[in-house]
Design a protein around this ligand. Structure first.
Ligand code: IVH
Length: 690
């Protein structure tokens, strides 16, 4: 037998045994024999790397080291689901479905809503070729090598199906089973390393490991719940789940067909407690219309399907003890009190809620402490829902009879820089006024500056800013533009993630430094409105910055504007106007802006001056909705202006006409219909301006 034949034979044989073991719990051969065959295959693959098949079971144990995960576009966007929280919401959903299907008969499938990491797997010719994270829904990280370590994901479905379906995508939830999570945390604890707060964080960390052999050791699993293909393979969702199960995928047996909304409600009640017996955390259920033809008929909104919805169980709550309060200083100098919590027994096990160890809860500000009437050592009710930060929802005042409690003292001085705090009239928060010296404020400003909606320097995330501060290389955002390659190369630091408690090494190697400098360089082309947002003026959020940039067009006009001039800008109120006057009234802020200008940042809008083409639209107010094929929004707006028209922001009775494109916004169209506003197509509009 040739090497190629033997490799193929071993690959098929081992995949078959894996499938029997993980799906059917049957061991057809001993572990010893299995390992022998795997070793033989592995040795052959080392000798003939070109003969290694993409579905080789040797990948289950990893061995691929990925330096940086590639971002890849999803063929089908990964959408989210609408949420419901009570019976009425669900009945409303049911009503919308009924209407959408014009009263036709339909049924639902109910599933648990698994709280893990959403994954998308692509199969080509029956072979798993790609595994990608959700990312932003349109693009995710290619983590194929890590996904292949999931033993319940078939690498090749051919041996188990005669299906002619060749290429498809599978969506599922990657997770770390509770049992694995507990073992991992015990090991970390024994090694004196920090533990993960919950299985979801542990799974997320494991999927992002660069060494897939390490991922393989974390025994990740995946429940699949969605089949997508260009071909019409199934008639119903339940058929697809049954087929997936038969092809060797791990489909949680908790799903059920439900004839109507009453049956859905019964399913919800049944699983409220039973869900805690599953190997992973769940935070609700997902209700899907079973017929795929009916799913197509109902379609999607921009964000989520109309044929499915999630129902969230009530957040779990439990009593805990308020041990102490710490105070965090944010970017603006505001102090946020944070409650440090423990379990009632205070036996070292900690307070656990919905599968997560809760150590802290935000108290927002002094008002919140007063509102709750909190005292130190109080017994408090703690609530944790899904991914939301835990909340303290109440105090057990009766428990005070048997406990010593103490008032919570606000610090008089900043816990970070010892400057005396100030409390502005009418504001609940205490502030540290040391804007230019207080470390978390300085760091916060740089973190804000590099934000995606500001200068978008994503190569500086995750602890890198901290390192730059620590080495004294930056004090404020303008310093970023003075950084040199030689200064950065070789810098190193170990950081601890506040949420997960995991430690991680940040080190500036060649590639990292190149990326950082490239990110900084690229930020010089970021539009003025984002620069304005990034500068970090109090109360100037992204939307306000957008308005100001559109109105003043450049930084000099904005800096020259006095309070009244600023108040004249639509949607700019007194608070924002005053904040701008204060900011630019401070010489050091002007110096900061000048440094940014000198570095080459965009300090003016690059709107093209409008060249008039005609006055066909003279005096007309116009709005558009939807998309127009190749014609971009910018070009359309330019055409409206160039022909004398005025673009407005909303539908009103005074609107002259609404241009309706593909996928128009339903509320705009509805309102225009109601108000009898003329609606025209893009062709009609183009004809109007000749
Ligand atoms: S179906 C078009 N089914 O929930 C949407 N999603 O908010 C298809 N999820 O990102 C999703 N369990 O990660 C579906 N049984 C289930 C699910 C589930 C958990 C997650 C999924 C998605 C999010 C949607």
């Amino acid at each position: 037998m040739s090497a190629a034949e033997r490799i193929a034979q071993l690959t098929d044989q081992l995949n078959y045994y894996n499938h029997r073991y993980y799906q059917d719990s049957v061991s057809e051969i001993s572990d010893y024999e299995f390992d022998k065959l795997l070793e033989e295959l592995s040795a052959l693959e080392t000798q003939h790397p070109d003969l290694k098949r993409p579905d080789s079971p040797t990948q289950r144990v990893g061995g691929t080291v990925t330096k940086e995960f590639q971002a890849v576009a999803h063929k089908y966007p990964m959408l989210s689901l609408g949420n419901t929280y009570n019976e009425q919401d669900l009945r409303d959903f049911d009503e919308r479905v009924r209407k959408g299907l014009n009263g036709a008969d339909f049924e639902y499938v109910c599933e648990l809503k698994f709280d893990g990491i959403s994954l998308s797997m692509t199969y080509e010719n029956g072979v798993l070729v790609r595994g990608v994270t959700r990312g932003d829904g349109t693009r995710g990280d290619d983590i194929t090598a890590n996904v292949k370590t999931i033993k319940t994901l078939p690498l090749n479905i051919h041996s188990f199906t005669h299906s002619t379906t060749q290429s498809f995508e599978i969506r599922g939830e990657g997770f770390m089973p509770f049992s694995v999570f507990e073992k991992l945390n015990r090991e970390l604890e024994a090694a004196d390393e920090s533990t993960y707060a919950n299985p979801r964080n542990a799974a997320s960390g494991a999927f992002k490991l660069q060494d897939s052999a390490e991922t393989a050791r974390r025994s990740l699993d995946c429940y699949v719940y969605y089949f997508l293909s260009d071909e019409e393979v199934f008639e119903t969702h339940s058929q697809s789940l049954e087929a997936l199960k038969a092809w060797g995928f791990n489909v949680s047996p908790s799903w059920q067909k439900c004839a109507d909304i009453e049956a859905v409600l019964a399913y919800i009640a049944e699983w409220e407690e039973k869900r805690h017996t599953l190997p992973l955390a769940t935070d609700g259920i997902v209700i899907k219309v079973n017929s795929l033809a009916q799913q197509r008929e109902l379609g999607f909104t921009a964000k989520s399907p109309r044929w499915a919805i999630a129902y969230k169980y009530k957040a779990e709550n439990k009593p805990g003890v308020l041990r102490s309060v710490s105070f965090q200083v944010g970017r603006t100098g505001a102090l946020t009190p944070v409650a440090n919590l423990d379990n009632l027994q205070e036996d070292g096990k900690g307070l656990w809620l919905s599968g997560t160890r809760v150590k802290r809860a935000s108290l927002h500000n002094a008002n919140e402490i007063e509102r709750l009437g909190l005292l130190l050592n109080d017994v408090v009710l703690v609530e944790k829902g899904g991914e939301i930060i835990p909340k303290i929802t109440g105090v057990n005042t009766e428990a005070r009879a048997t406990r010593l409690t103490f008032p919570i003292a606000w610090p008089t001085h900043c816990p970070e820089c010892a400057t005396e705090l100030v409390r502005k009239e009418g504001e609940a928060n205490h502030y540290c006024p040391n804007e230019r010296g207080c470390p978390p404020q300085l760091r916060g400003k740089v973190e804000h500056f590099i934000h995606r909606k500001a200068m978008n320097i994503d190569s500086l995330g995750e602890g890198k800013i901290e390192l730059l501060f620590e080495k004294g290389l930056i004090q404020n955002p303008a310093d970023l533009y003075d950084l040199k390659y030689e200064q950065l190369l070789g810098l190193e630091k170990t950081i601890t993630d506040d949420e997960t408690g995991k430690t991680k090494k940040v080190s500036f190697r060649e590639k990292t430094v190149e990326n950082i400098l490239k990110g900084i360089e690229n930020s010089k082309t970021v539009p003025f409105k984002q620069v304005l947002f990034g500068i970090g003026i109090r109360f100037v959020g992204a939307t306000v910055a957008d308005r100001l940039a559109a109105y003043f067009k450049n930084i000099d006009a904005l800096m020259a504007a006095d309070f009244d001039a600023l108040r004249n800008v639509p949607e700019i109120g007194e608070k924002i106007a005053q904040s701008l006057v204060d900011f630019f009234g401070d010489t050091s802020n002007r110096v900061y802006v000048e440094r940014l200008r000198a570095a080459g940042l965009q300090m003016q809008t690059d709107d093209l001056p409008v060249v008039m083409e005609s006055n066909a639209l003279e005096g007309k107010t116009i709005l558009y909705t939807g998309t127009f094929g190749d014609l971009s929004r910018e070009t359309l707006e330019q055409k409206i202006a160039a022909n004398g028209g005025k673009l407005v922001s909303g539908v009103s009775g005074k609107l002259d006409f609404l241009i309706v494109g593909e996928k128009p916004g339903s509320s705009k169209v509805e309102k225009a219909t109601k108000l009898n506003v003329k609606m025209i197509s893009i062709e009609e509009f183009l004809a109007m301006i000749g």
